[in-house]
Design a protein around this ligand. Structure first.
Ligand SMILES: *Cc1c(COP(=O)(O)O)cnc(C)c1O
Length: 398
């Protein structure tokens, strides 16, 4: 038997050179809704794109291999992927979710719980005692997001998966922030991995998509059946673009995390910067776990400016390379203000509990030249009026 291919080889070449019709090196895009039968009562390998499509199947196969799962379902968005993985649950089931999870996930869980589709409890998963108490209520499913958004808290997947399995719960890990290039939750005990492929996997901010990868073949089959029933599968064209982006996942994320490390180091100790949250910094509370369970620290970070909204306004107004936008994981550097953007729908109390204040900014570090990124941040920090300057202005107004 030949040696198993390395993940980087799978990302770059799964499906390449496999076209039987014309020998196209790049796998063709099957832009069709329906497929001809071989004859009366003789179905071909494909019948209808909602059920299955070769382009989408190639993306699912590539993602399953990269995550070390038995199978995958590609969906129309990350939210569709998370909803799909919740589909087996009923009113007697309880989900334990992180109190600082992705806001869209928080909203989905909260509205479905309100309708009685299942129960949900939001818990600080880095608090061992709170988690131990929550696990005593016999959850059916534990959702883990690590590193968390936007504060980059790190959760020990293997340890939490062990505790969850002992209580009979299934474990789902949202691996969007790192991608399988840097973290492989199934190897740490997860039953399912979910992705917003919108982010690092596609990597070019031109597609919205998602995926669920299952550790077991039976679970993958059940998810594929449900996706066919509800029609949440991803479009072939989106799958084609995502495959195209995925081929460069490893070199992109490698360079992006190198840039992110430099940005984090630069921000530490800058005047006006209160805190920097990046798991690659040795004093980050999750640094040791991240070292153990990740193969890199990723390209997402957040930091807090002194002076709240006024400083944020001046800083954002001065940035020239970083673009003020939601989303992450693309080749371009983005900055977001969670309080007014990604987490604006959250109640003020929930935001406070998750540690999201007025001065917090989140960065998705891209592929630009490192020196241009640092220079941009430097000049934007200098554009923030100092506390004494603000005081002087107030005095002169008076
Ligand atoms: C963006 C995101 C999602 C939702 O994905 P969409 O593709 O926007 O539907 C879920 N989880 C995390 C961590 C995300 O960043």
């Amino acid at each position: 038997m030949s040696k198993p291919k390395s993940p980087q080889t799978i990302a770059a070449s799964n499906g390449i050179g496999g076209d039987a019709a014309f020998g196209a090196v790049t796998p063709p895009l099957y832009l069709t809704s329906t497929f001809a039968f071989d004859g009366f009562e003789r179905e071909g390998p494909y019948t209808y794109t909602r059920s299955a499509n070769p382009t989408r199947d190639l993306l699912a196969d590539t993602l399953a291999k990269l995550e070390g799962g038995a199978g995958a379902v590609v969906t129309a968005s990350g939210m569709a992927a998370i909803d799909l993985v919740l589909s087996p649950l009923g009113p007697d089931d309880l989900i334990l979710a992180p109190h600082d999870c992705y806001w869209g996930t928080y909203r989905l869980l909260a509205v479905r719980a309100e309708k009685g589709h299942f129960g949900v409890a939001f818990v600080d998963q880095s608090d061992e005692l709170a988690m131990a108490v929550a696990l005593e209520s016999a959850p059916s499913l534990v959702l883990i997001e690590t590193p968390s958004n936007p504060l980059m808290r790190v959760v020990d997947i293997a340890s939490l998966a062990g505790l969850a399995h002992a209580e009979g719960a299934k474990v789902v890990v949202d691996n969007t922030f790192l991608s399988p290039a840097l973290q492989r939750p199934i190897s740490l005990g997860a039953d399912f991995v979910v992705h917003s492929t919108t982010k690092y996997l596609n990597g070019h901010s031109d597609v919205v998509g998602g995926a669920v990868i299952a550790a077991s073949a039976d679970a993958a089959k059940a998810l594929a059946d449900w996706a066919n029933i509800t029609g949440v599968g991803g479009a072939p064209f989106d799958s084609y673009l995502t495959l195209r982006g995925l081929r460069t996942l490893f070199p992109r994320i490698e360079q992006q995390q190198r840039n992110a490390g430099a940005v984090a180091t630069f921000l530490v100790g800058q005047p006006g910067v209160k805190a920097v949250h990046y798991p690659g910094l040795p004093n980050h509370p999750g640094h040791r776990i991240a070292r153990r369970q990740q193969s890199g620290f990723g390209a997402m970070l957040s930091f807090e400016l002194e002076g709240g909204a006024e400083s944020v306004r001046a800083f954002l107004g001065a940035l020239k390379v970083f673009v003020l936008a939601e989303s992450l994981g693309g080749v371009e550097s983005l900055v977001a203000h969670p309080q007014s953007m990604t987490h604006a729908g959250m109640s003020a109390e929930a935001r406070q509990a998750a540690g999201i204040g007025a001065g917090l900014l989140r960065l998705s570090v891209g592929l630009e030249d490192q020196l241009d990124l640092l220079a941009d941040l430097d000049q934007a920090l200098q554009a923030i009026p100092s506390a004494s300057a603000i005081e002087n202005t107030i005095m002169s107004i008076n």
